[in-house]
Design a protein around this ligand. Structure first.
Ligand SMILES: [Zn+2]
Length: 119
């Protein structure tokens, strides 16, 4: 179980996930912040990445809005509202589970993080 702030505690099956988030005008700084080891836990993704069994596989920057990217991403929602408490576009979650052995060649994504969680 990993506690994701006020959202609650969830079991993350081992496998690969893709997260889509907004970086704003300062996207490089935002991504660097997410990838850095020590930081205050502010966003849902911070809680997930702070777990020692989670590894970031890579990321990609997009010009499109985060919800548009998220909605074209495959995967299933295991944690409703993850990264999407203020989403107005009906995504349901900005974290999707790709399965135990996803094809990382398409998991690109940060605004998308592909992350492995071995739980
Ligand atoms: Zn959204």
């Amino acid at each position: 179980m990993i506690t994701i702030g006020k959202l609650g505690s969830f079991r993350f099956p081992a496998g690969e996930y893709v997260y889509t988030g907004s970086g704003g005008d300062n996207v490089e700084a935002r991504v660097g912040r997410h990838l850095s080891g020590s930081k205050k836990l502010r966003w849902h993704i911070d809680y997930l990445l702070s777990n020692s069994s989670v590894v970031v596989m890579g990321f990609t920057l997009f010009r499109e809005a985060e919800c548009a990217v998220n909605q074209t991403t495959e995967g299933v929602i295991l944690v409703p509202k993850f990264g999407a408490t203020d989403c107005r576009n009906g995504c349901g979650s900005h974290l999707k589970y790709l399965g135990p052995e996803a094809d990382l060649s398409y998991t690109a994504g940060v605004k998308c993080f592909g992350a492995i969680a071995r739980s």
